[in-house]
Design a protein around this ligand. Structure first.
Ligand code: GTP
Ligand code: K
Ligand code: MG
Length: 444
């Protein structure tokens, strides 16, 4: 097998910065240190001050060098970290010098963590935890990422896989030693009991209302309602900037306009949408269709009504779900008519009532996030594979219950093991590795 490349990259922020951290990993690290560091290869795990010179012997910079010999390093390979002045010229000079060597190249996004994964230092969910902690903006995102990086998801999947391996062994015994004496259900009863428990646990995990994904990607709030109710005016208030066009002409908004806020300690995407009405205008009709999609996909719908509109009672029941907040707007133009039960009465124009509405959104998101202690799904990838695994387990249960053959059940259980295994990356991951690690930043 050809020797693996040694990779290098700037692992700290873009220059100019106080310090630049260049990270090298791979089989050429020792030779590169001998060649370019005045003090040669530093003592392992000991930061040493040294000059760094280029391929002509000219000084690149003076800085700290930290050598971590494999396999006791992040990537499992020899790694060298160089702490230089954070200037663009220094960084370019150093990287040009290193990559001039045969077998030394710039790292791909996430390549260090991918090497850590391939060295077995992390499983795939822990590697994803590395990306998530780098992207984390909220305390909740950081806590979830730390838990995932620390094996929080892995231990659940490992436990399910261990239990399932035990069930498979029982099924294989039932296949190899069908004991005529016992009635079939005597051998399958304990298997079905274990299978049922596993199916229940995985169904519970899948029924977590997507909290892990929402903490990571953000909760979704849709502002919907009739044309001219003041939806865009409200969005601009909540966005604290003129994100959406406001006019007195009904049918102004066509595209779904999303703004990102942190409310209740969580990232929240607030979407302004086209006014809901039947229209001949095909562009506006497409806007209305998109508004309806946004309404269905949202975790919370703000249903905006215009206090001054004659038909304020128009509350389309299509969108009435238990999480809607009915917001009567334009309170500066008049009181809420009898018979309309408003959760909030605001004037998006002068801002009255908007703070209380914002706090209500924060409370909704905070309560939603708190309703599941430790989600074991934080990405669509996990959800898809776990859903496939669940259907394989249900097929195995059916096969055993209908006594159509333990062989069939064994095959379904093996399939479920592969699906669970692909979540933590022990099997069948070649197709996802590219997608998972391409999301990383360079140098990680
Ligand atoms: N008096 C008063 N006028 C408001 C208020 N909110 C919005 N308006 C006005 O109502 C009109 C419509 O506002 P928009 O924010 O464009 O309403 P919209 O619901 O986004 O309208 P479409 O995008 O066409 O569906 C504009 O002239 C706004 O200035 C309010 O609280 N009080
Ligand atoms: K309008
Ligand atoms: Mg609008």
């Amino acid at each position: 097998m050809s020797e693996r490349d040694t990779i290098c990259a700037l692992a700290s922020g873009a220059p100019p910065a106080a310090i630049a951290i260049l990270r090298l990993s791979g089989p050429h690290v020792r030779a590169l240190a001998e060649r370019h560091l005045a003090s040669g290869l530093p003592a392992a795990r000991h930061a040493s001050l040294t000059d760094m010179t280029d391929n002509d012997g000219a000084l690149i910079d003076r800085g700290l060098a930290l050598f971590m010999p494999g396999p006791g390093s992040y990537t499992g390979e020899d790694t060298l970290e160089l702490y230089l002045h954070g200037g663009a010229a220094v960084i370019a000079h150093a990287l040009d010098t290193l990559t001039a060597h045969e077998g030394v190249r710039m790292a791909e996004p996430g390549e260090y963590t991918r090497r850590a994964f391939e060295a077995g230092k992390l499983d795939l969910t822990e590697a994803e935890g590395v990306a998530d902690i780098i992207e984390a903006e909220t305390v909740a995102q950081k806590a979830q990422a730390l838990r995932q990086l620390g094996g929080g998801l892995s231990q659940t999947y490992d436990q399910w896989r261990a239990e399932l391996t035990g069930v498979l062994a029982l099924v294989e015994v039932a296949i190899d030693f069908p004991d005529e004496g016992d009635a079939p259900q005597d051998t399958t009863a304990p298997i079905l009991a274990k299978l049922g428990r596993l199916i229940g646990e995985i169904e519970t995990a899948l029924g977590d209302r997507g909290i892990g994904e929402r903490i990571r990607d953000g909760f979704r709030v849709a502002i919907i309602g009739a044309p001219n109710a003041g939806k865009s005016t409200l969005l601009n208030r909540l966005a604290r900037r003129e994100a959406a066009i406001v006019t007195a002409k009904a049918g102004t908004t066509r595209d779904v306009i999303e703004v990102r806020r942190v409310l209740g300690g969580h990232v929240v995407w607030i979407a302004d949408t086209a006014g809901l009405r039947v229209t001949e205008d095909e562009i506006e009709a497409e806007g209305v269709r998109r508004a309806e999609v946004a309404a269905r996909e949202a975790d919370l719908r703000l249903f905006v009504l215009d206090a001054s509109a004659p038909d304020i009672g128009h509350l389309s029941t299509d969108y009435r779900l238990d999480t809607d907040l009915v917001v009567v707007n334009k309170s500066d133009l008049g009181a809420v008519p009898d018979g309309v039960s408003a959760d909030h009465v605001i004037s998006a124009r002068d801002g009255s009532g908007v703070d209380a509405l914002e706090q209500a959104i924060a409370r909704f998101v905070d309560q939603y996030a708190a309703s599941v202690e430790a989600p074991v799904i934080t990405r669509q990838r996990h959800r898809e594979r776990l859903t496939q695994g669940l259907s394989s387990l249900k097929a195995a249960r059916d096969a055993l219950e209908q006594d159509v053959g333990a062989e069939l059940a064994a095959e379904d259980i093996r399939m479920a093991l592969r699906q669970l295994g692909s979540i933590i990356g022990v099997v069948g991951v070649e197709d996802v590795l590219g997608a998972v690690f391409s999301e990383f930043c360079i140098g990680k």
